[in-house]
Design a protein around this ligand. Sequence first.
Ligand SMILES: NC(=O)c1ccc[n+]([C@@H]2O[C@H](COP(=O)([O-])OP(=O)(O)OC[C@H]3O[C@@H](n4cnc5c(N)ncnc54)[C@H](OP(=O)(O)O)[C@@H]3O)[C@@H](O)[C@H]2O)c1
Length: 339
Amino acid sequence: MSKYTVAVVGATGAVGREMIKVLEQRKFPVKTLVPLASNKKQRRTVRFKGKAIPVKPAEDKAFNGVDLSLFAGGGSASAEFAWEAVRRGSLVIDNSSTFRMRADVPLIVPEVNARHLRRHKGLIANPNCSTIQLCVALKPIYDKLGVERVVVSTYQSVSGIGLQGIEELETQIKDFVGKRKIKTSAFPAQILFNVVPQIDVFMKSGYTREEEKMIFETQKIFSDPALAISATCVRVPVFGAHSESVNVQTKRAFSIPTILKLYESQPGLKLMDQPAPAPGDEFRVAYPLAVDVQGTDDVFVGRIRKDPSQANGLDMWVVADNLRKGAALNAVQIAEFLM
Ligand SMILES: NC(=O)c1ccc[n+]([C@@H]2O[C@H](COP(=O)([O-])OP(=O)(O)OC[C@H]3O[C@@H](n4cnc5c(N)ncnc54)[C@H](OP(=O)(O)O)[C@@H]3O)[C@@H](O)[C@H]2O)c1
């Protein structure tokens, strides 16, 4: 099997670290790992296959001889280096939102629209974390029953904005326990003990940028600009894994056993749906929870039920690890698919 020189841009960040872990866990054929980050003075290393590998500054020449570049260095690093890496012969898979809506850049969830990879010109975009898990959950329903409309409300973890989000929740917990004043900088409001209905900035439409990403990216992934979607994105004090309440109106009628059957055989999806508690065990958890899903690879679906308020209405609860399926794992799966 061929082996590849793989660069990870943003190797010191939340997604970049997870990418390195995923490459190792999945035994991706890495000949040389090239960890890149911003131009900070201090010497840093990342661990890969038991070795400490020095982190280098991202610059044009760092991409010479690189076969595959996984970008998780934020929008400005992608804008500056992603096409340059392509010009120097690398395949690029980009986690930022910079190129996602460009017609010449496929936006890929391998279980959903791998066929769009045929059109790539060297740069492939990874969708937004909350979009990826929604699309995996919608895919079998979309194919079998057609989808008229989707209403999604998210409960997104603090790691969705990277290491600074994790640090802010940790600091707020410590300050609360230490009876100190709670300070807020990474989120629009205190996140500890709170539920914040704003992720990213507000747009002219009244939706936030995160909500618009979910709407437009899902339409692009399904090649269906008429797909009706409304999204409300909410930050919650959870360290890892995003949860979503998803209400779907299908085009054709269905029964719940049909939906369960569809989900039993969908790649990348795990059904966790046991509506009735076991006798004498009324608090047994039979639905996906962020704390259990964190660190896993699948998109978990549960709480599947008919929505009685509309014809062909379906409700469900969808949870996935935002750093893995929502970012690092999806990017590596795209590379594996092309390999
Ligand atoms: N977190 C998620 O759940 C998630 C999900 C999907 C997509 N994404 C996207 O993935 C990207 C990374 O997010 P993250 O959550 O990992 O953020 P993060 O924890 O803040 O990490 C950012 C990384 O980017 C590096 N970086 C910053 N400026 C750079 C530059 N000019 N050149 C090269 N590297 C640079 C940082 O390096 P230093 O250590 O040198 O500062 C760090 O390694 C973002 O585009 C984000 O939107 C994140």
